[in-house]
Each structure stands twice: as structure tokens, then as C-alpha cells.
Write a protein that binds this ligand. Structure first.
Ligand SMILES: C[S@@+](CC[C@H](N)C(=O)[O-])C[C@H]1O[C@@H](n2cnc3c(N)ncnc32)[C@H](O)[C@@H]1O
Length: 271
């Protein structure tokens, strides 16, 4: 049977807590206008599926001050952190242990269903998207950030980062039964499900829009959390992975350097 959580170790690592913090700081300012487009009721019900440490769930509760936000995840340590950090937003903001493969909610429960940075890390992403759509009400919205590791661009130096991004996600995905290029595939999944108003927008995490230290912190967390499994699952050794990451981090920190991560945001309305 396919492992439904092949990145369990990385998701529970302390580097992931750092990563989610840096990713939210990098991405959220550009995500707010996308979220504000949705026609939501006065007291919206929002689900954050695979909420991690609650970075987005808490920001959603602040952005929509009357909303009821439920964050679900399967890593209890993340949920405990989230409950502790955002206690002041309870009971409007709650966190529960639930798998996004089998949500407890009845059909059509939420006005907005959010799933950020999860779909690339699990197999059967189409099943999970169907589950997210099931719990979203008619005319409600799904708001997805499906990562795509073909959308990262760094300058060449002694190493060519293209070689890394060309080899690692393909091999890692093959070995874990996941699609690390899912960003470009979600449009078709939603279209096949006959969802309406499908939009693909991009958040640009680059060295012009995002503080260099914030962008560098994401790459540092990836290096610390993933170099070992890259060594085990792909043709690139652990040492080589660390060297690639260190060069990309130096590229970001170089005041004259430029690097960009295109983050797709795919949304749609449930008919
Ligand atoms: C990269 S984190 C993203 C966290 C959060 N969405 C954010 O944007 O900060 C991915 C999260 O998905 C969770 N996850 C993975 N498989 C899951 C499942 N089957 N059900 C619920 N959560 C899951 C992981 O535990 C992890 O916390």
C-alpha cells in the first residue's frame, strides 16, 4: 500500500517549524489580495486542511475577524504549537487532529477551504482535492497552494542549480509516490471535477519582493530537513545536496544576486 504520508519525518522536524514561519512571512502579504477576492458570507466558515503550526489558519482568523476557522493536521506537535501560539483567537480558531484523506466534516460545511503547501507531499492528491471539494458548500471556494519544484530559479555559479531542480524532485517524487510538479497539474484536476471560475495566480518569492533573510531561511530549512533524504532517494548525495543548497542560499544573500520561487495559487468555485 502507498505510504499516505511519505514526508512524515520532514513534516515533524524542527526545520519544518522554521520553514512554515518563513514561508508564511514570504507569501502571506501577496496572498491577502487573492483571498479578499472571494465573496464570503458575513460569518464565514473556513477550513485550513494540513494547517501545520497554524501560520495561515491564524492569519485567516485575523483577516476575516468574524470567521470560524478550523485547522486540521496529523502532526500533534504542530497542533499543540498552534493551539498555544494562537490561544487568544480561540474559540473562533480551533485545531483538530484529522486526516485530509478523510475529513470529519459533513458535505458542504465550509465557505472557504484552504490547503497550502500540502498537495506536493502526499500521494493521491486528486483524492484529497475531491475530499476538500466535498466539504465546501455550493458557490464556496477552494484555495490551494500546490507547490511545483520546476518553478524555482537561481543563478549559476560553480554549480548549476538547474541540474539539482531537474533531478531531485523527479526522483524524490518517483520514490515517494508524490507529484512534486503538482502546481501545473491542479488546473486539470479541478477542470475534470467541473469546478467553476478556476484561477491560477502566482506569488513571487524573489529577492526583490521578499527580504533576503526570509527567503534564505526557507532554503536553509529545506537544506536541514531534506538533504539526508535527498541523499537516500535521489542520485544526488547528501553532501552534494548541502553544497547546492549552500550555493542557492549565498545567491539569495548576495546583495547583487537575484533568485525567484514562483508559487502557484489555484482557486475555484464549487458549483
Ligand atoms: C508543509 S506543511 C504546510 C502547513 C500549512 N498549510 C502552512 O501553510 O503553513 C504540510 C502539512 O501537511 C500535513 N499533512 C500531511 N499529510 C496530512 C494528512 N493526511 N492530513 C492532514 N495533514 C497532513 C503535515 O503534517 C504538515 O503539517
Amino acid at each position: 500500500m502507498t505510504d499516505l504520508n511519505p514526508q512524515a519525518k520532514q513534516m515533524a522536524d524542527e526545520s519544518m517549524v522554521r520553514n512554515l514561519d518563513a514561508q508564511a512571512r514570504a507569501i502571506w502579504p501577496q496572498e491577502i489580495p487573492l483571498l479578499c477576492r472571494y465573496a464570503l458570507p458575513a460569518v464565514p466558515r473556513i477550513l485550513d486542511a494540513g494547517c501545520g503550526t497554524g501560520e495561515a489558519a491564524s492569519r485567516l482568523a485575523e483577516l476575516f475577524p468574524r470567521a470560524h476557522v478550523l485547522g486540521v493536521d496529523i502532526v500533534d506537535h504542530h497542533l499543540e504549537l498552534a493551539r498555544g501560539r494562537y490561544a487568544s483567537l480561540a474559540p473562533r480558531l480551533t485545531f483538530e487532529h484529522q486526516s485530509i484523506f478523510e475529513l470529519k466534516a459533513t458535505d458542504r460545511s465550509f465557505d472557504l477551504t484552504v490547503c497550502r503547501h500540502v498537495l506536493h507531499s502526499i500521494p493521491h492528491a486528486d483524492h484529497v482535492i475531491a475530499e476538500l471539494v466535498r466539504v465546501t458548500r455550493r458557490q464556496g471556494y477552494v484555495h490551494l497552494i500546490p507547490e511545483d519544484y520546476g518553478m524555482l530559479h537561481f543563478q549559476r555559479a560553480p554549480l548549476d542549480p538547474w541540474d539539482f531542480w531537474h533531478q531531485v524532485p523527479a526522483s524524490f517524487g518517483e520514490r515517494t509516490g508524490t507529484d512534486l510538479f503538482i502546481g501545473r497539474n491542479v488546473f486539470g484536476i479541478l477542470a475534470a471535477m467541473k469546478l467553476e471560475e478556476i484561477k491560477v495566480d502566482y506569488i513571487v518569492v524573489d529577492t526583490v519582493r521578499v527580504p533576503r533573510e526570509t527567503f534564505a531561511a526557507i532554503l536553509e530549512a529545506w537544506r536541514d530537513g531534506y538533504a539526508e533524504s535527498i541523499g537516500e532517494l535521489t542520485p544526488i548525495s547528501r553532501e552534494s545536496a548541502v553544497a547546492y543548497f549552500n550555493q542557492m542560499i549565498a545567491n539569495i544573500r548576495d546583495p547583487h544576486g537575484y533568485a525567484a520561487w514562483m508559487v502557484p495559487v489555484v482557486s475555484a468555485r464549487v458549483p
